[in-house]
Write a new protein. Structure first.
Length: 557
């Protein structure tokens, strides 16, 4: 209550049909400016009166005679002060406007009466009052002010003036007031309608801008625009999320952090590290912006996050390769295992019948290598023909602790210090396959330490629940790390940097984790070690209990 209501386009008042309502911010501002104009006019009148009175007293040698005009000016100041206080309350502005018209006409009438009636040089004050009425209340105000001014003028020259002017003068002066009312009222009305149309267009433009803003902000693709100077002009909400930068942080600044905009127009993909340090694969399309006349207006880029899509494509391609590998493995088993068995049996017989010690030693080497080849074929078949996981409720920390206890007695861990940090971590997994994952990651870390010639090293194992209900396992070593050019290949089957490695250990880890619907990632800083992170998803709703367990599969180097 008491707060001003804003003018609405096309609104009218019941008290002033055909005119904009005076109870609004527009009416308030107009009355304030007219109050200031009145004070300036009265001040000029006061100065002019004082100068006129002084010249008259000097010319005639008499006393100053402008006392009554000074009184009129003082009363006008006091009335203007009262109206200003009424305006400050911003209430009943229509009544205040009418009071201002009455004050202006009364001021004009008194000044004209004191300065010669029909011969007064201040007759123009009636015209100013009419113009003020049109400004305050538009056409109705102009007609109201003209009526009041005409009545005041006729009353002065016909009833109060000592000498009545000629009738043509009276008609001319009255006609001038009515003409001023008609002209100023017409102009004020046109100005009002123009203002209403402009306000309506502004509303339409605001609605259109709001719709445009909503569309741009609602799209899931990022949108980045530059002005003709190469500085950021706009970044939508999706763009802020992808780039990790807020619009208020980058607007008006160069966009060197988004290298795709170096192209005027083009399409492609790039690896992008956002403001939060996340590495994303972005697909982008850049194009030039043109003004209405075809002049360059800047550049823009539309971009999307393709990280998950590309990872999915890689998983599909890997699955296809594994399927091909599985088909080859069945034939390979028959082609290799049968000859190996025949060779091993024949060598056992020959070694038993050999007379020389040197022959028996050489045959022992062949048998040992045949056994290693048989083991390699078995491991390869285990990898190429995976068994679907039998998932159930388990504690990842307990699985990791059991595997650590066994691994601590393995020769590969002879010079390794194991530092577990295992928080209770419920997970939905195949316990045997997860033990194999932990074993392979531990063996990989220990072999990395041994391959660097380290007499001692540290392997940290962490298990913790994820905020979404999933589980996380980390195995980190302080070895030599992995070079950047090899980091992207560590999960590729048969990729190894060790002379006697099979390259199937980490590939098996990824296969098992993929089968669980999780993800495994490798991170490394050369010279500071490597960290492997396994994330498992939360259990599905209504998941059944574990279906059973199988003997653990052998670890793969």
């Amino acid at each position: 209550p008491g707060a001003p209501a804003r003018d609405a386009p096309g609104a009218t008042s019941a008290a002033y049909p055909g005119a904009a309502p005076p109870e609004g911010d527009g009416a308030y501002r107009r009355q304030v400016w007219l109050s200031l104009f009145r004070l300036v006019l009265v001040t000029v009148l006061l100065g002019g009166t004082a100068a006129w009175d002084w010249q008259r007293a000097v010319a005639r040698g008499g006393e100053l005679q402008g006392g009554r005009l000074y009184g009129v000016v003082l009363v006008t100041y006091l009335a203007s002060l009262a109206l200003a206080l009424a305006l400050r309350a911003r209430r009943r502005l229509a009544v205040v406007a009418a009071a201002q018209l009455v004050l202006d006409v009364s001021l004009a009438a008194v000044v004209v009466a004191l300065t010669g009636f029909a011969d007064s040089v201040f007759l123009f004050l009636f015209v100013i009052a009419v113009v003020e009425g049109s400004v305050l209340l538009f056409r109705r105000g102009a007609l109201l002010a003209a009526a009041l001014a005409t009545v005041a003028y006729l009353g002065l020259v016909l009833l109060v003036a000592p000498a009545r002017p000629a009738l043509p003068v009276i008609f001319a002066q009255s006609g001038a007031l009515l003409a001023a009312a008609a002209l100023s009222g017409y102009l004020a009305e046109q100005l009002r309608r123009t203002g209403e149309r402009l306000a309506a267009r502004e509303v339409d433009l605001a609605d259109l801008s709001a719709i445009h803003e909503a569309i741009v902000q609602s799209v899931t693709s990022g949108l980045l625009t530059l002005d003709d100077r190469g500085r950021v002009a706009f970044l939508n909400r999706a763009g802020e999320e992808l780039t990790g930068r807020r619009l208020d942080e980058v607007v008006g600044r160069p966009a060197g952090w988004f290298p795709a905009l170096a192209e005027v127009a083009g399409r492609g993909e790039l690896d992008f590290v956002n403001g939060r340090g996340e590495r994303l694969r972005l697909g982008y399309s850049t194009f030039a912006l043109r003004g209405r006349g075809g002049e360059p207006a800047g550049r823009a880029a539309i971009f999307q996050d393709l990280t998950r899509l590309r990872a999915m494509e890689e998983r599909v391609q890997r699955s296809e390769r594994l399927a091909d590998l599985g088909r080859v493995a069945a034939g390979l088993a028959h082609e290799l295992r049968n000859p190996l068995a025949s060779m091993s049996g024949s060598l056992e017989l020959l070694r038993g019948a050999a007379a020389r010690e040197e022959d028996r030693r050489l045959m022992g080497i062949v048998l040992r290598e045949s056994a290693r080849l048989e083991q390699l074929v078995s491991r390869f078949l285990d990898y190429a023909r995976p068994v679907a996981p039998r998932r159930g409720e388990a504690d990842l920390a307990a699985l990791a602790a059991e595997t650590l206890e066994v691994f601590a007695h393995d020769p590969a861990a002879a010079h390794v210090r194991l530092l577990p940090a295992l928080a209770p971590t419920p997970c939905w997994c195949d316990p045997d396959q997860l033990r194999q994952v932990v074993w392979n990651l531990l063996l990989n870390a220990a072999q990395a330490l041994a391959g660097a010639g380290r007499e001692a090293g540290t392997i940290r194992v962490r298990a913790a629940p994820e905020p979404d209900g999933g589980a996380r396992l980390e195995v980190e070593d302080d070895g030599p790390g992995i070079p950047p050019e090899e980091l992207a290949q560590v999960f590729t089957p048969f990729f190894t940097t060790r002379p006697r490695g099979t390259g199937l250990g980490l590939a098996t880890v990824q296969r098992v984790v993929d089968a669980h619907g999780g993800a495994v990632a490798a991170a490394s800083v050369p010279g500071e070690g490597a960290r492997f992170t396994v994330r498992l998803p939360p259990p599905p709703d209504g998941a059944p209990a574990a279906e059973g367990a199988r003997p653990p599969a052998p670890g793969l180097g």
